[in-house]
Structures are given as structure tokens and as C-alpha cells.
Design a protein around this ligand. Structure first.
Ligand code: HEM
Length: 390
């Protein structure tokens, strides 16, 4: 990619991809980093659903697990555990939202908020305090997503080896203790219980960190996007004219946190009229599909109301689709919606510095913005005659 093109991509990555798709003469076009992207909705959905692209393993876990069955077992175990934590998560939200204070810096406040509500399910309260401290530190430093700026990335990544070493040591201890309670006490128990016994402790630790990032980072940044888009499109703040569910869905449509998913081509084949060698990555962009004017009415508009209109929705894949779809999709959607609703509840909430163009560094991250949030004073009934002096 030329320096000029790289600058254009950095300034407005989503606009850049849309422009490339519009100008492409073929159904599949080349991405700046060498992979290929499927332009049109129908063939893109074929890539996500066709068994030909799903005979192997999901790239989400890399090569850490030995089989697709082991991947599915692990994903479901963690999802089920997190789901059982939903009532506790909801209970903690009000306090965690208050803990952000009247002025909070986003998007970082998103993962912080989610972490405060999930800390005990990530590592149970009797886990070594030093390990819990390291996990909290990783959240503060931004290790919950690949950071876009070099300096922030370096600041976050410097913590990774020490965090992994500490988790690996703890995995060794828990495995040596043998299975304790029949139910997992936290996500680490769920990961250990679902991993094959012969998997090295370090790999188990890496899998744990991957899921920790999915829970705290993905959910936290999705909360940030929903707040930002609500604040920009309804500057006077809550009560918003839309239900939280529609707002969160529309934010996930306009700014899908995972903006590209890839499938390796399993053997030489032709797709969209072009030949592809085995191993080439065919990507699908949820962002492009969410903006297909043939499938969405005025897709360029942020309009949460479309979610309550019959037939108002086109292909929607913030959590991907098909055999490798996100195992935690339903619980993640609920957690995002609950967090957005809790932040808006009885509060004056406005944003400043909001710019809806994303920063892209693997995922679609919001640019920094500030949230001003104060609780509305509870309205007391005016004293009636005879009440005075009581
Ligand atoms: C906003 C929150 C989240 C987003 C946007 C998200 C997005 C995604 C996407 C797009 C994929 C599929 C990638 C592909 O098609 O190749 C994926 C996979 C996965 N996600 Fe999520 N995720 C989120 C939260 C979670 C949570 C909370 C969990 C666990 C409780 C989770 C667990 C997984 C697992 C296990 C997979 C791999 C599925 C498989 O290969 O079988 N995710 N996620």
C-alpha cells in the first residue's frame, strides 16, 4: 500500500473499505494487507455458512486446541459459566457505574466497568490476591484489546508475559489439586475443566487470557460504542427515544467491534470468478454487510428504531455467523444492554469530544471521548399541608 493510501486508510478505515468495495470490478477485492474481501452479501454469507470453509478448526483459538470438538467444548463451558453469573453482573452494575465518577474517560472506562462486574467470575474471590491484582492491572493498562497507538500498545503488552507466567503457575497449582467442587468456581476452572489434560499449563493460560479479553474487552468496547453513538445522535442524553436493546443492536450494526472475519481457503478453488490457492484468506466484513443498501433501508443512518420495525433488518453479524459464530453472542448482547441501561438509569449523561470515526487495530475501537454523568436527584413529593414541621 502506498503511503498516501495508508494515510487514507488510517484516517477513515471503514470509509476506505467501502470505497474499495464500490470501485471493485469483481465480487472479491484485495485488502491492503494482502487478504481478500468478499464484496457482496450473498457470497459473503456463503463463505460464513458453507461447510467447505469449516472443515477445519476455528481461527479464533489459533492452534491452541487439538480438535474442533475441543474448541466447541471450551467455548460452551465458558459461555455457560458466564451466563450463570448474569444476575450478579446486573446487581453490580449500578455500583460500578457510580464508581466511574461524574467524569469518565472512554473507551477505557468500558472494559473497567465490565471488569468490576465480572472480576469474581473471572477469578473467584479466594484466588491469590496477587493474581487478581495483575488481572485488574491488565485491564487498566489496556490489555483487553490490541491498542491502536504504538505507545499504548507497548504499555499494555509489557504486562502480558508476567500475567501469563502468573496464570500459568496458578493453572499448575489448580491442576495439581485435582478437580474440587463439581461446578467451576470461575472462568479459569471452566477453562481447565474443558481443556484436554495433556495441554500444557502455558497453553491453558493463553486460552484463559483470550476469553478474558473477549469478556472484558469486547463487551466493554461495545458498551463504549453504544454510549458514544447515543450521545452523538441524542446529545441531550437519556431518557433516549429508543429502548436500550435497539440502541445496542444499532451500535453493533454501525460499528461492529469485529469488522473482518477470515476463513482460509481449504484447497485450490474458484470463488467470485477468481482462482484462489489453498491457504489464502477470504474475509467477510460485517461492516460492509451491515451497510448493504439492498438489504438495509438507509444503512448510513443511525436509527435504533429500525430494530422494532417488522422486516426492518438485513443480515446482522456482529458476532459472525455460521458454524464458527461467537459462542458467547447471546450473553454478550445481554451484558452490553444491561450496562448501557444501568449507565442511563436516573442519570444526566452527556458526552464531549465524540468522533464516531473508529480507530482500527484488529478490532474497531472508538476514539477517546469523555462522559459526564450525574445522578438525577430523586424527586421528592412536595410537602402537603400538615406535613410541614414533621
Ligand atoms: C461484544 C462482545 C463479543 C463480540 C463482538 C464477539 C465476537 C466474536 C466473533 C466475531 C467471533 C467469530 C470469529 C469468526 O467468525 O471467525 C467470536 C468467536 C468466539 N467468541 Fe466471541 N465475541 C464477544 C464476546 C464473547 C464472550 C463474552 C465470550 C465468552 C463468554 C465469547 C466467546 C467466543 C468463542 C468461544 C468464540 C469461538 C467460537 C468457535 O470457534 O466455536 N465471545 N466472537
Amino acid at each position: 500500500m502506498s503511503v498516501r493510501e495508508m494515510r487514507r486508510f488510517r484516517r477513515d478505515p471503514l470509509g476506505y473499505i467501502e470505497d474499495r468495495a464500490r470501485r471493485s470490478p469483481a465480487e472479491v477485492f484485495r485488502l491492503p494487507w494482502g487478504a481478500w474481501c468478499v464484496r457482496d452479501t450473498e457470497p459473503a454469507l456463503t463463505v460464513l455458512h458453507d461447510p467447505v470453509f469449516h472443515g477445519g478448526m476455528s481461527t479464533f483459538f489459533g492452534d491452541m486446541l487439538p480438535s474442533r470438538a475441543a474448541q466447541l467444548t471450551l467455548g460452551r463451558a465458558v459461555r455457560n459459566l458466564v451466563r450463570t453469573h448474569s444476575p450478579a453482573y446486573r446487581q453490580r452494575l449500578a455500583e460500578a457505574a457510580a464508581g466511574l465518577g461524574p467524569v469518565s474517560r472512554w473507551p477505557q472506562a468500558g472494559p473497567t466497568l465490565v471488569y468490576r462486574c465480572t472480576a469474581d467470575v473471572l477469578l473467584h474471590p479466594d484466588a491469590p490476591p496477587e493474581l487478581r491484582r495483575r488481572l485488574a492491572q491488565a485491564v487498566t493498562a489496556g490489555l483487553t484489546a490490541r491498542q491502536p497507538g504504538m505507545r499504548e500498545r507497548a504499555r499494555a503488552e509489557v504486562l502480558r508475559p508476567r500475567l501469563l507466567a502468573a496464570i500459568t503457575e496458578h493453572v499448575r497449582d489448580r491442576r495439581a489439586e485435582g478437580p474440587g467442587a463439581s461446578e467451576p468456581r470461575d472462568v479459569l476452572d471452566a477453562v481447565i475443566g474443558a481443556c484436554p489434560a495433556e495441554l500444557p499449563d502455558g497453553t491453558v493460560a493463553n486460552l484463559y487470557v483470550l476469553l478474558f479479553q473477549s469478556i472484558v474487552g469486547n463487551i466493554g468496547y461495545a458498551v463504549a460504542w453504544a454510549l458514544l453513538l447515543a450521545g452523538v445522535h441524542h446529545p441531550s442524553g437519556p431518557p433516549w427515544p429508543w429502548p436500550a436493546d435497539g440502541l445496542v443492536r444499532e451500535a453493533g450494526r454501525c460499528r461492529p467491534f469485529v469488522w473482518m472475519v477470515g476463513r482460509p481457503v481449504p484447497h485450490a478453488l474458484e470463488f467470485g470468478g477468481l482462482p484462489f490457492a489453498a491457504g489464502t484468506i477470504l474475509s467477510v466484513s460485517p461492516y460492509l454487510l451491515h451497510h448493504d443498501p439492498h438489504r438495509w433501508d438507509r444503512p448510513e443512518l443511525f436509527r435504533p428504531d429500525r430494530w422494532s420495525e417488522p422486516g426492518g433488518q438485513g443480515p446482522y453479524l456482529p458476532f459472525s455467523a455460521g458454524p464458527f459464530t461467537c459462542a458467547g453472542a447471546a450473553v454478550a448482547h445481554t451484558f452490553i444492554t444491561d450496562a448501557v441501561a444501568a449507565l442511563a438509569q436516573d442519570a444526566r449523561l452527556t458526552i464531549s469530544g465524540g468522533d464516531t470515526r473508529p480507530l482500527i487495530s484488529g478490532s474497531v475501537l472508538p476514539r477517546p471521548f469523555t462522559v459526564h454523568r450525574t445522578l438525577k436527584t430523586p424527586v421528592r413529593p412536595a410537602p402537603t399541608q400538615g406535613d410541614e414541621g414533621r
